[in-house]
Design a protein around this ligand. Structure first.
Ligand code: APR
Length: 247
């Protein structure tokens, strides 16, 4: 079996990423010892109920993360760059599905990208439904650029209890991919944690986990490669492209 299972040039590849791919860019993960949920409760900042109960606290939480994301030292790392290279050089479709709300994949050059948990640098009006780029702070007095109303804007981020975005498109890609890579995610949160089973049950894809340490779902993968993303992802992408260029 060559690298990537029975992958042939032209076959579709689907990639899932989580917070671990952005860790070496200086952004905290959620469930590591120094993660975000070790410092603030999900129930206080990442549910619709939290936003209704205390919108100021929720806006403060996302404003701080928006500012941090735009700090000069926060840049795409070698893992983000490697996935953009794979999309450019692989002779077939490459779909990148990220749970991350940062913009590091875009800044690395990835284009065929789905932010299934939304985007930190965008806001959504709860009244007229429009979505806007929003790099600055957001508050209750921020007016919606489309309808002009205030106290109706929220971060365009999927909270716990809400439906992730573009799920039909994601499942269609999982069911038809020849290779599924899961990178930098703990496998704690569904539906993303179930994508590997979707590939195995509904599709025929070869599944690979690339993570610092075994995730909750590690035993479900055909292959597991453990180490920091900036080492294991560029290495894997380079070997995959070389193996199939030579073929
Ligand atoms: N390289 C590769 N993997 C890493 C690195 C690294 N340098 N550092 C940490 N990791 C791994 C951790 O071992 C862990 O398995 O990244 C994973 C991060 O897991 P989580 O913190 O749970 O983040 P994620 O899986 O993206 O969380 C999923 O949960 O809170 C929600 O909406 C939030 O999108 C998020 C979702």
């Amino acid at each position: 079996m060559t690298l990537g299972g029975d992958l042939k040039p032209g076959d579709p590849i689907v990639i899932l990423t989580g917070a671990g791919i952005s860790k070496e860019s200086g952004l905290a993960t959620f469930r590591d010892a120094d993660g975000i949920w070790a410092k603030v409760r999900v129930e206080d900042v990442a549910t619709p109920e939290a936003f209704r109960a205390n919108p100021v606290r929720v806006h403060d939480f996302y404003n701080a993360r928006r500012r941090q994301l735009q700090e000069a030292h926060v840049e795409p790392n070698a893992a983000h760059q490697a996935l953009a290279r794979l999309e450019r050089e692989w002779p077939g479709p490459v779909l990148l599905v990220t749970q991350n709300i940062d913009d590091l994949h875009e800044r690395a050059g990835s284009r065929n990208l789905i932010h299934m948990h939304g985007e930190l640098l965008r806001g959504r009006c709860e009244d007229c439904g429009t979505v806007h780029d929003w790099p600055g702070d957001m508050s209750l007095s921020s007016p919606c650029p489309a309808c002009g109303r205030s106290s109706v804007l929220r971060p365009h981020v999927v909270w716990f209890g809400e439906m992730p975005l573009e799920m039909d498109r994601i499942y269609a890609a999982l069911d038809n991919c020849a290779l599924f890579l899961s990178i930098g995610t703990s496998g704690n949160v569904y539906p993303a944690a179930g994508f590997v089973q979707e590939v195995k049950l509904q599709g025929t894809g070869h599944t690979v986990e690339l993570n610092l340490e075994p995730s909750e779902g590690a035993t479900l993968f055909d292959e597991t490669i453990h180490g920091p993303a900036t080492r294991v992802v560029p290495d894997y992408v380079g070997r995959l492209l070389n193996a199939h260029a030579a073929a």
